[in-house]
Design a protein around this ligand. Structure first.
Ligand SMILES: NC(=O)c1ccc[n+]([C@@H]2O[C@H](COP(=O)([O-])OP(=O)(O)OC[C@H]3O[C@@H](n4cnc5c(N)ncnc54)[C@H](O)[C@@H]3O)[C@@H](O)[C@H]2O)c1
Length: 445
């Protein structure tokens, strides 16, 4: 959509953004929304954070973080200054000039996009939409969501998109727990519904980082899905090769590290216990679902999904094999699972393969306990309710286990002690690679 000339509304909003007078409203203060709120605060904007979870808002107001790797000092300063607020009152969306949507986009039980959170948010914005606002969707979703779902939900007779208010899509690229990258050094891809929408969104994000404009919201939506599908497919490839390499008696990690010395045309990906987290196991299915509308089968996505889903089962097979070598059966064996977070050094266990592994161990009659320094208690999930607490790893605990499975390679673990005091270790992460004595006790899986 093209506009004839810059509206006064556009000029005023651009000027407010440039002078940091625009109020930024962030909807959904989770792993994505909270750090984003902090970054806009640091760049001099007044920020209002919105969430339906009153408990999170209460914690924020008390200056407490509910996400372990996010430090609260900066946000506390802003709260004291009065330039950061958290609220469950969505009527206050009217106060925000720039509204960024960071709500969950999970899958339903049938592995189809669950846009219920986004629909709820669209209603809240629509009730409070006013002249001079920009709305940007950041949640990961299929190409077309911004214009086919969000835009019709916002439409009114009195306000014209691209002139009175603006709409864009800009995918989040957060990498929780990776201190090398944050919102200030991760470029932001931006696509607008109109040229003016793109201009405002670009002006806003260029206050925090480098902006990569693309020609449409769909292109921006697909960019995010390409990035995550690329990871899913490559992880599936190394996961499949790991199974083969184990059969051949070859160390797949040695092979990957050797291949990674090639200075061009190769990017290393590492195998593990299966996919976890809110993105890689989920996002590609948003694309394959949308592709069906075009009578198109996304075969790579399907195959990668099948392989990655099979890997926790492989870990169980390897555990059974390893116990068998020790003349034990899994049924009745004491098994300690180390790590349930989906990756190291974070407190996020969403979609973690650790849960699937624990569930299968229990189904097969193992006596299962777990340790995770980041996850003291296992919460109820869509599929599982284990009611377990993390137990301390002591010499005695390790000695009494028939098997220890390393699911997440947290930095806090003392792998030398784990190897020293355990009888049998199933290592899904190559965490014990350089430890003395590991060669006789460790099975890679
Ligand atoms: N976590 C990541 O590393 C990551 C990275 C890139 C993209 N994403 C995408 O970003 C989006 C958000 O993910 P997240 O990990 O931050 O999720 P999250 O579950 O950590 O946070 C979402 C927040 O939204 C709140 N919420 C739910 N419904 C709401 C509503 N109607 N109004 C206001 N708040 C509401 C929840 O209470 C929660 O605090 C998803 O689309 C995800 O795919 C996540």
């Amino acid at each position: 959509m093209k506009e004839n000339s810059k509206s006064k509304v556009l000029v005023d909003l651009l000027s407010k953004i440039e002078k940091r007078e625009a109020v930024v409203g962030i909807i959904g203060l989770g792993y994505v929304g909270l750090p984003l709120a902090i970054h806009f605060g640091e760049k001099g904007f007044s920020v209002i954070g919105f969430d339906v979870d009153a408990h999170k808002i209460d914690m924020l107001i008390r200056g407490e973080s509910y996400i372990k790797h996010i430090r609260m000092e900066k946000i506390n300063e802003k709260i004291k200054e009065g330039s950061f607020e958290g609220t469950v009152d969505f009527m206050r969306l009217r106060e925000a000039d720039c509204i960024l949507i960071c709500v969950p986009t999970p899958l339903t039980e049938m592995m189809e996009p669950d846009l219920s959170y986004l629909m709820e948010t669209t209603k809240s914005i629509s009730k409070n939409l006013r002249i001079g606002q920009i709305i940007v969707l950041e949640s990961t979703t299929y190409p077309g969501t911004t214009e086919e779902m969000l835009m019709p939900g916002l439409e009114t007779d009195s306000l014209k998109i691209g002139q009175d208010y603006f709409l864009a899509f800009s995918p989040e690229r957060e990498d929780p727990g990776n201190s090398k990258y944050d919102a200030s050094n991760i470029p932001k891809v931006v696509g607008g519904v109109t040229d003016a929408c793109l201009e405002v969104a670009s002006a806003l994000y260029s206050c925090i980082t480098q902006v990569v404009p693309v020609s449409s919201t769909r292109a921006a939506e697909l960019t995010k899905l390409l990035e995550n599908t690329f990871r899913s497919v490559n992880i599936a490839l190394v996961n499949e090769l790991k199974v083969l390499a184990n059969k051949m008696g070859i160390d797949i990690f040695e092979v990957i590290n050797a291949a990674a010395t090639k200075p061009f045309g190769y990017t290393p990906f590492y195998p593990g216990p299966g996919l976890g987290g809110h993105c890689i196991p989920i996002d590609p299915f948003y694309l394959s679902w949308k592709a069906r509308e075009y009578d198109f089968a996304t075969r790579f996505i399907q195959l990668a999904g099948e392989i990655n889903v099979s890997i926790p089962y492989y870990v169980i097979e390897r555990t059974i094999e390893a116990l068998n070598q020790h003349e034990k059966s899994l049924n009745g064996s004491k098994v300690l699972v180390l790590g349930v977070a989906y990756k190291k050094d974070i407190d996020d266990e969403r979609e973690s393969p650790g849960y699937t592994i624990m569930n299968m161990l229990l189904e097969k009659g193992a006596i299962v306990s777990y340790n995770d320094p980041w996850i003291p208690v296992l919460k109820q999930t869509r599929k599982f309710n284990f009611r377990k607490k993390s137990i301390p790893i002591t010499q005695e605990v390790l000695q009494e286990m028939d098997a220890v499975i390393i699911v997440t390679d947290h930095s806090a673990y003392d792998y030398a002690e784990i190897v020293k005091h355990s009888d049998l270790i199933i290592d899904t992460r190559n965490a014990t690679n350089k430890i003395d004595g590991a060669d006789v006790k460790v099975y890679s899986a």
